[in-house]
Ligand binder design. Structure first.
Ligand code: ADP
Length: 481
């Protein structure tokens, strides 16, 4: 596409890439190009970092917390005022069903609302020390932060990272994913309209290996937040380490849903299938393994199969349970997992059906339930990032815990049992960042600290916990005699 897309926002001004290069933007529902974004790279990142550094030294750096809060609150309201436009844009750009897109936009507004309230409550400590001394610990902004976000929930990831970053007084450069930048561009316009001073938020659209790499390798960035694949997470952390820049990484998972024989089977089955097909399975915390106690394996997997068969896949406007995946590469990747599992002789227990709105050029994949899946198989170990669920039987509590903890990931776990003692016993033994008991909130819960262990990453976003990530403690020791 020849148009010079003006989607880069630096120091309060929109521009195209200095190179003039742009990237086509496709609609995942039909594969058609519908617009273009600027292909920002090293030069734009350089200018954005300088603008963010200047803004930090300006009015923003000394603004009272409550004033920052008012700007974030205005942004939250502007997002709600523009909810339908933003949702339509998000659905077109990502392929997600329109109801899901509306939910995401509401969540984006909630992030700014939540963190608006936190701006004037960044508290410090007074520490007991020696007689004649006064010790305070205050939390200061990290400074200039780089936010590299993925394409699965672009708008809400904008809120999840930028909300706490701005609440704590940082300035930011946000690099949206090249596959889904549209809502971030619109949200950046709204942030400026809300009164965010120039340079506080800079948006650089572009490719991961160009703009993303330039940002993560930049020596004048004070902190990085990255959500995406473990492979890119390794690149980001390596780059950050070279510059001694701290980072928070959220790198996906292979989250288990553990169903004991005393579970509310109907609620569990409905939730588990809903969660793995939500957003076409492209959710870091999707429960992609269902561990079923052997005594109920046949009955429960039949119930799951019934729910999976009822899932309908379609274009966003059809507003069904599942849309297309983001692009052709992702569709091929998910189909590859399905084909290999079939070839390996693993039984397909059920597949969802395609709606009339599905066209051949769109990136649709069939939601699929496999079982029983051996614990060593790639379907039980690797993140598919698609609507594919692996059913795995277990005998008892000890085996359930061993299987649940037996992958390289550790993000979220779901636990389905009415036995109160077992709920807490098992929850404590799971090596993950969040445990849901008799419910499962993939993607939701602005208030809830979120992040993983092992290959799922480190650090915590969301909730008040995120405020710690985006600040650093300074200890001041005064001797007053
Ligand atoms: P996903 O599986 O979600 O595509 P990626 O890790 O590829 O995950 O992408 C997540 C984000 O990281 C996107 O914004 C992408 O542009 C960016 N990214 C990809 N490669 C790099 C890289 N080498 N350096 C920095 N950022 C990158």
């Amino acid at each position: 596409m020849a148009a010079q897309a003006q989607t880069i926002f630096i120091n309060g001004a929109w521009s195209a890439a200095a190179s003039g290069a742009s990237i086509d933007v496709r609609n995942p529902s039909d594969g058609e190009v519908f617009t273009a974004i600027a292909r920002g790279a090293k030069d734009e990142v350089e200018r954005a970092v300088q603008a963010a550094r200047r803004a930090l030294a300006g009015a923003w750096g000394s603004m009272a917390g409550f004033e920052r809060g008012r700007i974030l609150a205005r942004l939250s309201q502007l997002i709600l005022d523009n909810e339908e436009d933003l949702a339509q844009l998000e659905a077109r750009d990502t392929g997600k069903p329109i109801s899901q897109a509306r939910t995401d936009i509401k969540a984006t507004a909630r992030y700014f609302e939540f963190y608006a309230g936190a701006c004037d409550k960044i508290l410090g400590d007074v520490l007991p020390f020696l007689d004649g001394f006064q010790v305070t610990v205050q939390r200061e902004a990290r400074g200039v932060v780089g936010l590299i976000i993925p394409w699965n929930y672009p708008a809400s990831m904008f809120g999840r990272t930028l909300g706490p970053a701005l609440a704590t007084g940082n300035t930011a450069i946000l690099k949206p994913a090249e596959d889904a930048s549209m809502s971030c561009i619109r949200l950046t316009q709204l942030a400026a309209q809300a009164g965010l001073p120039a340079g506080v938020l800079n948006l650089v659209t572009g490719l991961g290996e160009e703009a993303g790499a330039a940002l993560s390798n930049h020596p004048d960035v004070d902190f990085l937040s990255f959500t995406g694949s473990p492979e890119v997470g390794t690149l980001i952390q390596t780059a950050a380490a070279k510059n001694h820049v701290p980072c928070v990484l959220e790198l996906g998972g292979k989250s288990p849903q553990i169903v004991f024989d005393d579970a509310d089977a109907e609620l569990a089955a409905r939730t588990i299938v809903g969660v793995i097909t939500q957003n076409a399975g492209q959710t870091c915390s999707a429960g992609s393994r269902v561990l079923i106690q052997r005594s109920i394996y046949d009955r429960f997997s039949a119930l799951l199969a019934e729910k999976m068969a009822a899932i309908r896949v379609g274009a966003p406007a059809a507003d069904l349970q599942c849309g297309p995946v983001i692009n052709a590469t992702q569709a091929d990747k998910v189909k590859g997992f399905i084909d290999r599992a079939r070839k390996d002789g693993i039984k397909v227990l059920a597949q969802g059906g395609m709606d009339a709105s599905v066209v051949k050029t769109g990136y649709f994949v069939p939601p699929t339930l496999f079982g029983p899946v051996p614990t060593t198989h790639e379907l039980a170990q690797d993140e598919v990032f698609g609507p594919v669920l692996a059913a795995i039987p277990f005998e008892d509590e000890a085996e359930a815990i061993a299987i649940a903890n037996g992958t390289e990931y550790g993000l979220v776990a779901g636990l389905w049992t009415e036995n109160g003692a077992r709920q807490m016993r098992v929850a404590k033994k799971l090596r993950v960042g969040q445990v849901f008991i008799n419910n499962y909130g993939a993607g939701g819960g602005i208030e809830l600290p979120f992040g993983g262990v092992k290959r799922s990453g480190h650090g915590r976003e969301k909730g008040l916990e995120a405020l710690k990530e985006y600040t650093v403690a300074k200890t001041i020791v005064l001797r007053h005699g």
